[in-house]
Design a protein around this ligand. Structure first.
Ligand SMILES: NC(=O)c1ccc[n+]([C@@H]2O[C@H](COP(=O)([O-])OP(=O)(O)OC[C@H]3O[C@@H](n4cnc5c(N)ncnc54)[C@H](OP(=O)(O)O)[C@@H]3O)[C@@H](O)[C@H]2O)c1
Length: 324
C-alpha cells in the first residue's frame, strides 16, 4: 500500500511516498481504509524527532484519521467491519490503511464527512477538554486565543463561540486575522509587534479577559497572562513559538489567576476511556449546529511533506487535511 514513510528524523521535505506492507491486525486492532488525515504542527515535530514521545524509525507520520473499518483482529466484534469511524492512529495515519485500537474508534454519524472528522479528531478534542473541562468557560466570558489562525487556534475559536464566549483572536498578519474573523472571532489583535499588549488592551476596551487559550508559548504567554482579569485562567496548550516561557509566580498570586496545563494526549493516554466522551461531546455540539469542524484546505497524499513543512515554517493557515 502507499504511505508517507519517515526513515530518518529531519526535514519534512525528505519524506517520501513509498510502497509498504499492509498492516496486519493483532488482538484488539482494527484496520481502517483511510479516507482523510488531518495534519498539525505536532506531525512536523514527530518527523524532526523533536516531540516528547518519539516514534521509532521507520514510521508513517500523521495520526488524525477518518475512514472505514475493513478488517479486525482477534477478540474484536466482526460486525465492526464496514463501520465509518474516526480515530487516532498512533501507529501511522498517512497511509492507505492504518492500524488502530478497535475500542478507541468513534463511529461517525452520516452527516459528518471523513474530511470534517479528520480535521477535528485532535484539535476539537483538545479544545473541548481545554475550554470546557480545564478552563470552565462560561457563556458571556471573553477568551483570547493565541496562534488563532493555526489548526488548534481555529478549533478553539469555533468551540469558544459555540460555548457562548466572546472570542479575541491573536495572530501575526492581516491574512491570518481575516481567516480568524471568517471562523467567527469577534475581535482581532495583531500580536506580531513588541507593543501588542497595548493593542490588546485597546481591543478589549475595558472588557474583562477571563481565559487565555495558548498553543504558542514563547514571548506571548507572559503578556497575555498579565492581561487576564482576577480569577482568570491561562490554558497552556503548546509551544509552537519555540521557547517554553517561565512566568514569575507572583503574577498568578497577585491576579488570583490560574495557569492550567491542557495535555489532551496525556489525558487520554492516562485513561483509555477518556477520549470517547470528548469525541462524543464534539459530535453532540456539531449535531446541535454549535460548532462546525471543517478543514482550511485539502491536499493529495503526495503533498503531505510540503504541508508539514509549511506547518513548521509558520506559513499555514487553518487545518490542512490530506485526502487519500
Ligand atoms: N495540548 C494538547 O493536547 C495539544 C493538542 C494538539 C496540538 N498541541 C500543540 O498546539 C500547538 C499548535 O499546533 P497547531 O497544529 O495548531 O499548529 P499550527 O497550525 O502550525 O499553528 C500554530 C500557530 O502558532 C503560531 N506561531 C508562532 N510562532 C511560530 C513558529 N515559530 N512556528 C510555527 N508557528 C508559530 C502561528 O501563528 P502566527 O504566525 O499568527 O503567530 C501558527 O498559526 C503545537 O505546539 C502543538 O504541539 C497541543
Amino acid at each position: 500500500m502507499r504511505a508517507i514513510h519517515c526513515t530518518a528524523y529531519g526535514d519534512p521535505k525528505d519524506l517520501i511516498v513509498a510502497e509498504i506492507a499492509e498492516p496486519s491486525p493483532e488482538p484488539g486492532d482494527a484496520v481502517v481504509a483511510v479516507e482523510a488525515v488531518g495534519l498539525g504542527f505536532v506531525d512536523g515535530l514527530h518527523v524532526r524527532g523533536g516531540y516528547q514521545v518519539k516514534r521509532p524509525l521507520p514510521f508513517v507520520p500523521g495520526s488524525e484519521i477518518a475512514g472505514r473499518i475493513v478488517a479486525v483482529g482477534p477478540a474484536v466484534r466482526p460486525d465492526l467491519v464496514g463501520q465509518r469511524v474516526m480515530a487516532l492512529a498512533e501507529r501511522g495515519g498517512l497511509a492507505e490503511r492504518a492500524l488502530v485500537t478497535a475500542e478507541q474508534c468513534i463511529p461517525l454519524p452520516d452527516g459528518i464527512s471523513a474530511v470534517a472528522a479528520a480535521s477535528s479528531v485532535v484539535n476539537y478534542s483538545t479544545g473541548i477538554y481545554g475550554l470546557e473541562t480545564c478552563g470552565r468557560v462560561q457563556p458571556g466570558e471573553t477568551v483570547l486565543v493565541l496562534g488563532a489562525s493555526g489548526g488548534v487556534g481555529m478549533a478553539a475559536i469555533d468551540i469558544a463561540k459555540g460555548m457562548g464566549a466572546t472570542v479575541v483572536a491573536a495572530a501575526s498578519s492581516a491574512d491570518k486575522l481575516a481567516a480568524c474573523r471568517a471562523r467567527g472571532a469577534d475581535l482581532l489583535v495583531d500580536y506580531s509587534g513588541p507593543e501588542w499588549r497595548r493593542a490588546l488592551e485597546q481591543v478589549l476596551a475595558g472588557r474583562r479577559l477571563d481565559v487565555v487559550y495558548d498553543p504558542v508559548g514563547d514571548r506571548w504567554s507572559e503578556t497575555a497572562f498579565r492581561c487576564l482579569a482576577p480569577g482568570g485562567r491561562h490554558l497552556v496548550v503548546g509551544f509552537a513559538g519555540g521557547d517554553i516561557p517561565r512566568i514569575p509566580l507572583n503574577l498568578p498570586l497577585l491576579k488570583r489567576a490560574s495557569i492550567v496545563g491542557v495535555d489532551w494526549g496525556g489525558h487520554v493516554r492516562a485513561d483509555k476511556g477518556a477520549a470517547r466522551p470528548l469525541f462524543e461531546r464534539l459530535l453532540e455540539l456539531a449535531g446541535q449546529g454549535l460548532i462546525s469542524p471543517e478543514p482550511s484546505a485539502t491536499y493529495p497524499l503526495e503533498e503531505a511533506p510540503s504541508v508539514i513543512e509549511r506547518l513548521l515554517g509558520r506559513a499555514n493557515i487553518g487545518k490542512p487535511v490530506i485526502v487519500m
